[in-house]
Ligand binder design. Sequence first.
Ligand SMILES: [Zn+2]
Length: 247
Amino acid sequence: MPPVVPHLYGIPGFCQPVSSLSHLVAAAGACLAAIPLIRLGKGSSARMIALAVYAVCVISLLAISGTYHSLNHGGPARAFMQHVDYFAIWLLIAGTFTAVHGVMCRGFWRSGVLTLIWGYAAAGIVLQILWFKFFSGVPGLVLYLGLGWAGLVSIVKLGRQIGFRAVRPLWYAGIFFSAGAVLEAVRQPVVIRNWVGPHEIFHLAVIVGVMIHWLFIRKLVLQYAPGAALPSGAYDAAALTGVIPVA
Ligand SMILES: [Zn+2]
C-alpha cells in the first residue's frame, strides 16, 4: 500500500525500513514454519493441499509487501509492485479461508464456499486491474474487509463443530486486521516521527493477525481434524480433547 506518512527516513536498500523489514522477516519465519505445518496434514491430500495453498499465500503476501516497501519511490518497479502488493492481500484472505474450510469441512462447505471466496477475490483483483486508483482506496478497503468478515459464517459453522470458545482466535485476528486497516485509512497514529506511522502499525497488526490465524489453523489440524498426523506426544492431548467429526 502507498505510504501515508511523508518524509519517512530510509536506510540503504530499504525505502520504508520498518514496513519492509517487518514483512520480510515475517516471510522468512513463515517459510520456516510452512513445512512442519503442511506435514501435519499427512493422511489426507486435500488437507495437505489446503495447508500448502495457505502457506504459499501467507509467504507471498509478506514477501511481496516487504519487497515493495524496500523499493525507492518513482520508477516502474515500485509502481508494478504496488499493484502486486494489493493483489496479494486477496491471496492472504482467500488462502486463510482455504486452510480453515479445507481442513475442517467437506462437500459444499469446502468446495462451494471456497469457490465463492476465490471468486470474490478474483473479482476484486479484476476491479483493481481495471480501476486501480479507485479500488486501492477506501472502496478497496471495504471490499477487503467485506471478504474478511464473511468469515463470520465460518465462525458460526466452525463454532458449531468444535465449540464457540475454540474459535475465539478468529475474532481476535479479524479485530487486529480490521483495526490496522482502519488506522491506516484514518492515517493515525504516528508513533515515532519519520520512522513508525500508521502504515508501519498496519504491517505489525497484519503480522499479529497472521500469527493468530497460523497457530489456530495448526491447532485445528492437531486437535480437531480427523486422521491428522499428530507428532508424538500430541496424541494424549488430542484424545483428551476429543476428535470432532467434520460436517
Ligand atoms: Zn504495506
